[in-house]
Design a protein around this ligand. Structure first.
Ligand SMILES: CN1c2c(nc(N)[nH]c2=O)NC[C@@H]1CNc1ccc(C(=O)N[C@@H](CCC(=O)N[C@@H](CCC(=O)N[C@@H](CCC(=O)O)C(=O)O)C(=O)O)C(=O)O)cc1
Ligand SMILES: N[C@@H](CCS)C(=O)O
Ligand SMILES: [Zn+2]
Length: 766
């Protein structure tokens, strides 16, 4: 029999229940016991959904209050001393690592949080010491949650991040020099104990995630797999059988690292179906293949015919008992259920499948290949009908958009003059001081803003009332910036629900949802709009608010847009058209917006591209070069339609810019703001080595945490930056937008930031 398996389920709940509970707990409005009870309720509900869907192998320990890697950091005793010595209980210690803690005499910033592979999910980086030790918690989460499910009558497959990935995804703490992978011998005993305890609790199999195998690995990490998994195999029946799990790429280049003596190997056959034959050929003689054929990263209905063909091809080589039908990755990256979408056009809704529906899909595919297609005849027919309806729908095709794309000229990618000429024209107009201060765009999205927007959406207030409210918010933001004495203002983005969803809602070719939330980090969620057809801009999207903001501001006001690559990456993209085509369509729509902003008197326009780095193919080589080529072109196409005297800014809040520096340089933006506060300023040396001539604002403090940085801390950061950057090219700004913060901490932090900038301004004026 071919089993069906889900690799992980979204945690938030049908109504973002987990977000609401954790935020209530942080605000002191929910007890810890009630938070934990809510988490338990959600886990049980999610196991039941999968059971009712007919899934054979249901995951546990895929749940986390904040992040699954963070949970493992704590369970393995890898908590840096600054947190473990703070006298917090386990839950608060965990949250302190995730989001910082500044209360009751404890003042610790959070651990670094970075993108999970090329997704919009963020994980907390294991942050390791030279003398690191590991100790398994007395009551490990993986065991607790397995037992919890078992007591509810569901025998699950616990999920762990494997030892090589755990270390490879980690880093040495500040001031430490350890290479994480060198800690493997110390870490392995913890896995042995944990796996033994899981077996004793009744777990027959464990999903051990080693997704780093899809990277180009350093030799040491690659070589670490074999001895690690031989060691675990030597424990025989003392531990559960292991499903060695990879996703988000192919593993063909790392095949020798795949353990031979292992129960099962999972591969992502949505991203890389072509790896099937090679991987099957390299499996150990008894190893099972877990075939990831239901997309864990997108919302399109699975094409059953295609998926069944892939699974059948594996069965032909391995036999039915050696194949599992699975989701390609965890379903964490998909929304909870399509059933909540009451407002979607039924024609389009018929094309989608969210997490709960995908659980049903794996079960149907497994049944089709086990018992034959006749056993699921109706489901197969309905699916074929949906596939055909989408392929032939008029909604996907706009000839005018295609015509405009075909007429793009090489000159459409270049500004009129080179940077030196542009910057002097801009400076003449803007008259900015040395070390100009600015923020990244958004100001706190208060409860009041969300309530007003919600009222407007529900038609409880009319457009004029909502517009008036937004104008008042802009007035307030301008006043606050006057008081703070910032140099380049922002309107604060109060009218935006999200920097991508907002644009998706204003562009043709997009569908958007009411409940399709996906966790981005901690309690924060996004509702990615869905690209269903060719994209175009029916009307200006941001001009009204920016024009108003300029009219009430005495200093330069930035116009604020989300760039084409980020709009693409943080949407659910089409899977029937290459992403470069979708990015180009977005770029043309944004180009018109940039030109309209300039016409409306906006002299500084920021086009954010935080997702440019995240879209970089995970392995170096031709694919990466091709991506960078079209991604850079899309950015340029969207920004270069302006006069030299208009200053183009761009923003990146993911700091690993070293490996794509040439692409950042090729964007030709006049000013870049980049996330920097959590990384070593040494990384900035790339700007010196490459003689980068343009302006840069490396973030001087972390905005993900409510913690207020002191003026001295900010001065120290600026001092470090000045070792690498020239005073006349340095801007002073936070790491990213301030929408997730409260006003109190925002003002306090910005006062310190402006004071720090003024200190250096005075120092260098002498
Ligand atoms: C900058 N980042 C972003 C990423 N991806 C995006 N798509 N957008 C980003 O900004 N990726 C990387 C980084 C970090 N990630 C995030 C992700 C999410 C947030 C965030 O603050 N999310 C908000 C939700 C934002 C939103 O869409 N809000 C809507 C709906 C608000 C709402 O909940 N309304 C209520 C009713 C009102 C009420 O009572 O409060 C409801 O619908 O029930 C809006 O504002 O209208 C979050 O809260 O999770 C930040 C950074
Ligand atoms: N302008 C956006 C960028 C976030 S990456 C903001 O400030 O929220
Ligand atoms: Zn940002």
């Amino acid at each position: 029999m071919v089993q069906s398996a889900v690799l992980g389920f979204p945690r938030m709940g049908v109504n973002r229940d987990l977000k609401k509970a954790t935020e209530a707990y942080w605000a002191g409005n929910l007890s810890q016991a009630d938070l934990l009870a809510e988490a338990k309720r959600l886990r049980l509900a999610h196991w039941k959904i999968q059971k009712d869907a007919g899934v054979d192998v249901i995951p546990s320990n895929d749940f986390a209050l904040y992040d699954q890697i963070l949970a493992q950091i704590q369970d393995f005793g890898a908590v840096p001393e600054r947190y473990s010595s703070a006298g917090l209980d386990r839950v608060d210690e965990y949250f302190a690592m995730g989001r910082g803690h500044q209360k009751g005499g404890v003042d610790v910033p959070s651990l670094e949080m970075v993108k999970w592979f090329d997704s919009n999910y963020h994980y907390v980086k294991p942050t390791l010491q030279d003398n690191q030790t590991f100790t398994l918690a007395s009551s490990p989460k993986a065991v607790n949650e397995f037992v919890e499910a078992k007591e509810a009558g569901i025998v699950t497959r616990p999920v762990l991040v494997g030892p090589v990935s755990f270390l490879h995804l980690g880093k040495a703490d500040r001031g430490q020099s350890v290479n994480p992978i060198d800690l493997l011998d110390k870490l392995l005993p913890v896995y042995e104990q944990l796996l033994t305890q899981l077996k004793e609790a009744g777990a027959e199999t464990v999903q051990i995630d080693e997704p780093v195998l899809v990277f180009d690995l350093p030799a040491k990490a690659k070589a670490a797999f074999k001895p690690t998994y031989e060691k675990l195999a030597s424990l025989g029946d003392k531990i559960p059988k292991l499903v060695f799990t990879t996703y988000f790429g192919d593993i063909v280049h790392n095949l020798e690292a795949v353990p031979q003596d292992i129960y099962a190997v999972h591969i992502d056959l949505v991203r890389n179906p072509e790896q099937l034959d090679t991987v099957v050929g390299a499996l150990g003689p008894k190893t099972i293949l877990s075939a990831g054929v239901v997309d864990g990263r997108n919302i399109w209905k699975t094409n059953f015919k295609r998926a069944i063909e892939i699974v059948e091809s594996a069965i032909q080589k391995l036999g039915k008992d050696r194949v599992i039908v699975a989701t390609s990755s965890s379903l964490l990256h998909t929304p909870h259920t399509l059933a909540s979408e009451k407002k979607l056009d039924p024609e389009i809704a018929d094309w989608f499948s969210f997490a709960s529906e995908k659980a049903v899909e794996v079960a149907i595919i497994a049944k089709a290949v086990t018992e034959g297609p006749a056993s699921v005849k109706d489901a197969l027919e309905a699916n074929a009908k949906s596939m055909n309806a989408r392929a032939t729908s008029k909604r996907t095709n706009n000839p005018q958009v295609k015509d405009r794309q075909s007429k793009i000229q090489p000159s459409d990618y270049n500004r009129k003059s080179e940077f030196p000429s542009r910057i002097s024209q801009q400076q003449e107009k803007l008259k900015l001081p040395l070390f100009p201060t600015t923020t990244i765009g958004s100001f706190p999205q208060t409860k009041e803003i969300r309530v007003q927007r919600s009222k407007f959406t529900k038609k409880e207030i009319n457009e004029a009332q909502y517009d008036k409210f937004i104008e008042q918010e802009i007035d307030m933001n301008v006043k606050i910036q006057d008081e703070l004495d910032l140099d380049v203002y922002v309107h604060g983005e109060p009218e935006r629900n999200d920097m991508v969803q907002y644009f998706g809602e204003r562009l043709d070719g997009y569908a958007f949802t009411t409940h399709a939330w996906v966790q981005s980090y901690g309690s924060r969620c996004v509702r990615p709009p869905i690209i269903v057809g060719d994209i175009s801009r029916p009307a200006p999207m941001t001009v009204k608010e920016s024009k108003y903001a300029v009219s009430v501001s005495k200093k330069p006001m930035k116009g604020m847009l989300t760039g084409p690559v980020t709009c693409l990456r943080w949407s659910f993209p089409r899977d029937d058209v290459h992403q470069s085509v979708q990015a180009e369509q977005l770029a043309l729509a944004l180009r018109d917006e940039v030109v309209d902003l300039e016409k409306a008197g906006i002299d500084v326009i920021q086009v954010d591209e935080p997702a440019l780095r995240e879209g970089l193919p995970l392995r170096s080589g031709k694919e990466r070069e091709a991506y960078l080529d079209w991604a850079v072109k899309a950015f340029r196409l969207s920004t270069v339609g302006v006069e030299d005297s208009t200053q183009i800014h761009s923003h990146f809040c993911y700091s690993e810019f070293q490996d794509f520096f040439h692409a950042i340089a090729a964007l030709d933006a006049d000013v870049l703001s980049i996330e920097n506060s959590k990384s070593d300023s040494k990384l900035l040396s790339v700007f010196v080595d490459e003689a980068y001539p343009r302006h840069i604002g490396p973030g001087v403090y972390d905005i993900h945490s409510p913690r207020v940085p002191s003026e001295q801390e900010i001065k120290d950061r600026i001092e470090e930056m000045l070792q690498y950057l020239k005073p006349e090219q340095l801007w002073i700004n936070p790491d990213c937008g301030l929408k997730t913060r409260q006003w109190k901490e925002t003002k306090e932090a910005l006062i310190n930031m402006v004071n720090a900038a003024k200190f250096f301004r005075a120092k260098y004026a002498k």
